[in-house]
Ligand binder design. Sequence first.
Ligand code: ZN
Length: 282
Amino acid sequence: MEQKTFKTSFQIEGIGLHSGLPSVVTFYPAKENTGIVFEKDGVEIRALYDNVGDTQNCTCLKKDGATVSTIEHLMSALYIKGVDNVCIKVSNSELPIMDGSAKVLLERLNQEEIVSQSAPKKRLIVKKTVRFEDDKGNFIELTPPKKQGLHIYFKIEFDSQIVGTQIFDADITPTLFANEIAPARTFCEKYQIDYLRAHGLIKGGSLDNAVVLDGEKILNPEGFRVKNECVNHKVLDLIGDMYTAGYAIEADIKAYRTGHFHNNAVLKKLFENKENYEIAED
Ligand SMILES: [Zn+2]
């Protein structure tokens, strides 16, 4: 299998979640071994785990005074499309939130032609178990894959009955991604929104780009889009964050109540020791 890029340049437009301002993203084909590179105000930032500067509410790249935030849903869609190389110029430091999931992004990427390049695709195969656990017992573990590809087990537990305990346990395939993972939206509690609004954030937030829960109620009139939408969204974020390894990762991943911070921390641990992984070229 060869590395891939887009055949021609194209744009995606939306608004930033926090700023509420327009965000225009322009994709340019890139040559072999470029990776996924964002460009903001003339600063190029490769979408790599060691350029991640903030994991508070999203995965945010920072370098030389430039910031590109909320990259995870796009990274997830680029991973599943098998895109290795692309330069992405952004007009706003936040990527557009779109519908709060990767559904619209994936549909847009599906319209673009993706072409093979001359260099072989590189895959990162996990060789030794790498685990990161926080002081609350939440953990993520990467173990050597039982078969080629990415398998994810993810468990979340919430006090509310409407979310409760949700488990995702499956091989990540393009079909499963399109049907069950990409449509899963960001979710939050109403009190969190009230707090963020009071602090001048999420100016672009609405029921069109998030699932909002209020105790045992869902405020979105349409309800949930997919079964176990909340854990599936965590899987969407995880896949995107794992792509900041700079390679398509092959591993069995087990995650318990984790988020962007843990995803970044486990990648840092993975790269601490070359014996933890192997880079394969097809
Ligand atoms: Zn997300």
